[in-house]
Design a binder for this molecule. Structure first.
Ligand SMILES: Cc1cc2nc3c(=O)[nH]c(=O)nc-3n(C[C@H](O)[C@H](O)[C@H](O)COP(=O)(O)O)c2cc1C
Length: 325
């Protein structure tokens, strides 16, 4: 399958693995890229730019295919040295960066000067248009369904993707709720040039996370995510667990008086405990509604091959077969 995204990124299949905190290590990024998609290392999971440089070098030993690095500009509890992270990316020979959170505008000159292709992940048409205007090469449009931060507009992909297609000139991928060939074909029909998946790629053999995380995703249904931190204008979709129930309760009790300090211990420093130790109730961790569509733990190669072959038969048999002959 050839789309504007496969052409732009030099990949075989229009499938991207979105940056994920404590999931997007070299092992996963390399496995996705070796399977013909675009694997992405999560920059800020590496505590220093030096560690990111090492992670990029590790991925390079595992694949000769293109890989990307995610740079997330979110309200974090400490401000990371972004220019040094960008230097590690450039010196590591990475040519694709996924930005997310705030606008990457301040860093565009450095990224573009180094010949890096920038995919900005955003949750609204207005932010996608801004990304196009400041010179991003593509956008990843994250609908309300997505795991992680869906923004504050609550527009699901059935509306958001065709709206993006109406307005954008640059290529875009559909993100949020994507799991299989049906997702890919639907996304293409709605105007996207490919898909970006988060939650689906956690439940793969190569994702270097505790087995408990993969099994929690397989066990979860589409009803099992919750939205937290709405009142802090930092909404996050997470998998329900007792810690998340507690956050929801605190948020309800505090109402408009809620501050991050009220829930800090339930949302900060949680990822290593969940992803490495498999302590599933340690706090809140991102997960998409798409968990309801995830029933197995395949290898990245099996997953991507399955998506591509089923997409082909969906298009050429099911859809083409519906046309009157
Ligand atoms: C556990 C987890 C951690 C994530 N961490 C990040 C992150 O650090 N930076 C980022 O830009 N997106 C992050 N995301 C969002 C994903 O890159 C992707 O946009 C999202 O998962 C797409 O929705 P889906 O889960 O329905 O596929 C995370 C998602 C998950 C599930």
């Amino acid at each position: 399958m050839k789309t504007r995204i496969t052409e732009l990124l030099g990949i075989r299949h229009p499938i991207i693995q979105g940056g994920m905190h404590y999931v997007g290590f070299a092992e996963l990024a390399a496995a996705v890229s070796n399977a013909g998609g675009l694997g992405i290392i999560t920059g800020l999971t590496q505590r220093t730019p030096e560690l990111l440089a090492r992670e990029i070098a590790r991925a390079r030993e595992m694949t000769d295919q293109p890989i990307g690095v995610n740079l997330t500009f979110l309200p974090t509890f400490a401000s990371p040295p972004y220019p040094e992270y960008i230097r590690a990316i450039i010196e590591g020979g990475v040519t694709i960066v996924e930005t997310a959170g705030r606008s990457p505008q301040a860093y565009m000159p450095a990224l573009k000067e180094a010949g890096i292709k920038v995919i900005h992940k955003c949750t609204s048409v207005r932010h996608a248009l801004k990304a196009e205007k400041i010179g991003c090469d593509a956008v990843s449009v994250d609908g309300f369904e997505c795991g992680g931060h869906p923004g504050e507009d609550d527009i699901p992909n059935m509306i958001l993707l065709p709206r993006a297609a109406e307005e954008l000139t640059i290529p875009f991928v559909a993100s949020g709720g994507m799991a299989d060939a049906r997702s890919l074909v639907a996304a293409l029909a709605l105007g996207a040039d490919g898909i970006n998946m988060g939650t689906r790629f956690i439940a793969t053999r190569e994702a270097p996370v505790h087995e408990n995380v993969k099994q929690a995703i397989v066990a979860a249904s589409e009803l099992d995510t919750r939205l937290i931190m709405r009142r802090l204008t930092n909404t996050e979709r997470v998998l329900a667990n007792p810690a998340v129930d507690r956050i929801v309760e605190i948020e309800r009790d505090k109402g408009a008086d809620l501050t991050i300090d009220d829930i800090h211990d339930l949302v900060a420093g949680v990822y290593p405990k969940v992803m490495i130790d498999g302590d599933m109730d340690a706090g809140a961790w991102s997960c998409g509604m798409v968990a309801g569509l995830i029933h197995d733990v395949p290898s990245c190669q099996e997953l991507i091959d399955r998506i591509m072959s089923e997409a082909e038969s969906l298009i050429s048999a099911r859809l083409a077969g519906m046309l009157a002959h």
